[in-house]
Design a protein around this ligand. Structure first.
Ligand code: ZN
Length: 324
């Protein structure tokens, strides 16, 4: 786009600020109910009796079970149908995304979500969500590409109008690099993006540092010898915080796998197989299976790993089929 075209585009773009996301407040399909709470807690591994134990909760200060506050957004989700047929024309966020896509900003990355909680939801409550497009940034250049951040701001209330909580959701809508390269002149200096780098903290930096040197280490409890991966500070078996590590031979087999179709994240080669791999040492690791036809990947497939340089910045174990 020329500077004049960009200016005209942005004038129109910023008109979306303040628009309703759903064309007004939206009521959740189902009122707050024990079944959804139980399933959510099961998936999240949350055993707080305030959510799932009616007997316990009856004796609590509230006198009844409550919904986990983090479920707030779950009550008003559109569900699978909208994901498959697309959002309606009344949906302000869908109109914004379509407008950006019309100018090539087709990549979409949710970058932040912040929730604040003010009141409990209890069984039988109806949940209403009222969302607006709160802000749109100026054009930004990031590691993912050139694009715009937009933020939606949602208020969640119950049937009495009590504010239960708020949520800010930030999305980066960008021109995917493959497309940018196709459109940019060869000497534009546009770089091939690297993969998103894993954050390295005090509990896992040692693992990534070894990976950079071509080794895959598995953490081992010094007290009970149980192996664990990914790295974490405490043994799940005996609660010891003393540990050392062993080097994996990277012999293993496919325990489970998926083929990633959508969304296509920059920096990865497709088709992309993401597998849970049962290592010979007896622990599991998530990694890519490469070097074979996607159709040939199967559960129980014998594989052997090696640490490869997968892009300019990233060393990662990848697993290859063992020729039978
Ligand atoms: Zn232990």
């Amino acid at each position: 786009m020329t500077p004049e075209e960009t200016k005209a585009f942005e004038d129109e773009l910023y008109n979306f600020v303040g628009n309703s996301v759903h064309g007004g407040p939206r009521k959740g399909h189902d009122d707050v109910n024990a079944a959804m709470i139980r399933q959510w807690c099961e998936i999240m591994g949350d055993a707080n009796p305030a959510y799932i134990d009616a007997e316990w909760a009856a004796k609590s200060t509230r006198g009844h079970t409550i919904a986990p506050p983090a479920m707030m957004y779950a009550w008003t989700q559109e569900g699978y149908k909208v994901a498959s047929v697309g959002r309606p024309e009344s949906d302000g966020q869908a109109r914004l995304v379509r407008f950006l896509a019309s100018k090539g900003f087709t990549g979409s990355l949710g970058t932040n979500v912040d929730q604040e909680y003010f009141a409990d939801a209890k069984i039988g409550d109806s949940i209403f969500e009222d969302s607006i497009i709160e802000s749109i940034s100026e054009q930004k250049t990031t590691g993912r590409g050139v694009g715009y951040f937009f933020e939606t701001f949602a208020k969640f209330t119950n049937q009495d109008g009590t504010l239960l909580g708020t949520q800010r959701f930030r999305v980066f809508q960008f021109i995917p690099p493959a497309q940018a390269e196709a459109e940019a002149p060869a000497d534009s200096g546009l770089e091939v993006p690297t993969r998103i780098q894993a954050p390295r903290g005090q509990d896992n930096k040692w693992w990534w540092d070894a990976c950079d040197e071509g080794k895959v280490l598995i953490q081992r409890c010094k007290s009970c010898q149980v192996l664990r991966h990914p790295p974490r500070p405490m043994c799940g078996e005996c609660q010891s915080t003393e540990w050392d590590s062993i080097e994996s031979t990277l012999d293993g087999e496919v325990f489970s796998f998926v083929e990633m179709h959508h969304p296509r994240v920059p920096g990865y080669q497709y088709p992309l197989i993401v597998a849970v791999i049962e290592l010979a040492e007896g622990t599991r690791i998530v990694a890519n299976v490469v070097g074979c036809d996607v159709a040939d990947v199967h559960i129980g497939m014998k594989i052997k790993g090696q640490v490869d340089q997968v892009d300019e910045k990233t060393m990662l174990p990848q697993f290859y089929p063992i020729a039978s």
